[in-house]
Design a protein around this ligand. Structure first.
Ligand code: PMP
Length: 423
């Protein structure tokens, strides 16, 4: 290799920054990503990641699904497929969505590489730099990252323990319109939201849909956790009420296996063509192999029972977390009580900076995600997301107890004047 070629390959980072496209400036590692390396050390109880728990998935059964697929239909499974997704799987996805009241045409579904890819495609076709995307406050870190990459202006809309507040949405739209801002869509997670675990009730769903219809703002309904309700089924999906204005995102990551990377978008017919073209330009087609694995699994295995087993597994962990929070956390802390999904959101006294507290928690062998990760604007310094999906109930109790000591010490150290007595 000549020296001149070698010199090109070892460009200094500053020079590289200049050579990147402007949009690359928005590509920053999320707070969760940098935490993962530490949180995955075996001695740490990780209440940080949102990794689904596969211990309830019968691996021998999955192995035979994959074996039979390759043995009987390998030539199709290992070949390129349709850019829109496999027709049989798209029909089966309609059966899955029917559980949440959705009546859909398989032709309006685009299969994606996880719903994360659907978020990327939607952002690509809608967002010009500076356009407004409305999101819950707080919202899913992976969506915020995607919107940032497309240089959207993310505007958070107030939530309470019943989810997005319709009146706050109305007010946000009025002031953005007065400032002549272009609002492209509202992104929300109505079921067991990431990061708060909150469920949006049926009446708010209708009210939000009405507001967005009236204002001609698309609603992007992201629903990876809808079938993971522990106590009762979640209300019908927003898409069940409105097929014209709602872009619905689904995923098999939490109900079957995240590693297969199969999700989908159900879109109003007018949007389908653009989305398929956008998807083809990035991946040509979703993996036939993983789509057909899911398809065989749905056709031949008791998938509804399997989802019920996942719910049971997560419910026990949710209970362990809520009980130990109640037992150990100080009276000045409050937290959500999720009816499903993976997450609890904890609010601490405002003086506490949960980001600065992370290293102390790691020393105490527990990890969580600081609240600021879920805001585009630095808000949420006193909050944190705790996930109960992965560790065993015993480890969850251990982790929450260890974290409670760190929190209490921090409250004392800050002299916040709040009571640190147990609740
Ligand atoms: N949306 C939300 C709210 C999520 O929590 C996640 C994953 N944690 C995703 C989308 C992406 O899921 P996937 O790409 O695995 O379907």
């Amino acid at each position: 290799m000549s020296t001149s070629i070698r010199r090109h390959q070892t460009g200094d980072p500053q020079n590289l920054e200049e050579r990147f496209a402007t949009r690359a400036a928005g590509m920053q590692a999320s707070e969760i990503r940098s935490l993962f390396a530490v949180a995955s050390r075996p001695e740490i109880v990780s209440l940080a990641g949102g990794m689904p728990n596969l211990s309830a998935l019968p691996m021998q059964m999955m192995a035979s699904v994959v074996h039979d697929l390759i043995a009987t239909n390998g030539a199709e499974a290992l070949q390129y497929g349709s850019g829109q997704g496999h027709p049989k799987l798209r029909e089966q996805i309609c059966d899955v969505m029917a559980l949440e009241g959705i009546r859909a045409n398989p032709d309006d579904i685009i299969v994606t590489t996880g719903s994360q890819q659907a978020l990327d495609l939607i952002s690509r076709i809608f967002i010009d730099p500076g356009d407004v995307v409305l999101v819950e406050a707080p919202s899913y870190v992976g969506a915020l990252g995607t919107f940032r990459q497309y240089e959207a202006q993310v505007v958070h809309v107030t939530m309470d323990d019943q989810g997005l507040v319709p009146e706050a949405l109305r007010q946000a739209i009025i002031s953005l319109r007065a400032a002549r801002q272009k609002i492209k869509f509202l992104y929300l997670i109505p079921n067991y939201q990431n990061p708060t675990g909150v469920l949006l009730p049926a009446d708010r769903r209708s009210e939000i849909l009405e507001i967005c219809q009236g204002e001609r703002i698309f609603v992007v309904e992201d629903n990876p956790y809808g079938l993971l309700g522990f106590d009762k089924p979640s209300p019908n999906a927003m898409r069940a009420q409105d097929s014209e204005n709602v872009i619905y995102l689904g995923s098999f990551s939490k109900t079957i296996a995240a590693g297969l990377r199969v999700g989908w978008a159900l879109v109003p017919p007018s949007l389908k063509e653009k989305l398929v073209i956008a998807s083809e330009s990035s991946i040509l087609c979703p993996s036939n192999f993983t789509q057909l694995t899911i398809s065989s699994y749905l056709a031949d295995q008791p998938w509804r029972d399997q989802i019920a087993s996942f719910c049971e597994l997560y419910k026990v962990r949710r209970d362990a977390m809520l009980e130990s929070l109640q037992e150990h956390f100080p009276a000045s802390a409050t937290w959500t009580k999720p009816g499903g999904g993976f997450y609890v959101w904890v609010n601490l006294p405002p003086e506490i900076d949960t980001k600065l507290m992370v290293p102390k928690a790691i020393v105490a062998k527990v990890a969580y995600v600081p609240g600021t990760a879920f805001y585009a604007d630095g808000f949420g310094t006193w909050a944190m997301r705790l996930s109960y999906c992965h560790p065993t109930p015993e480890r969850i109790r251990e982790g929450v107890k260890a974290l409670s000591h760190v929190v209490k010490q921090e409250i004392e150290r800050r002299g916040s004047g709040y009571s640190i007595g147990n609740k």
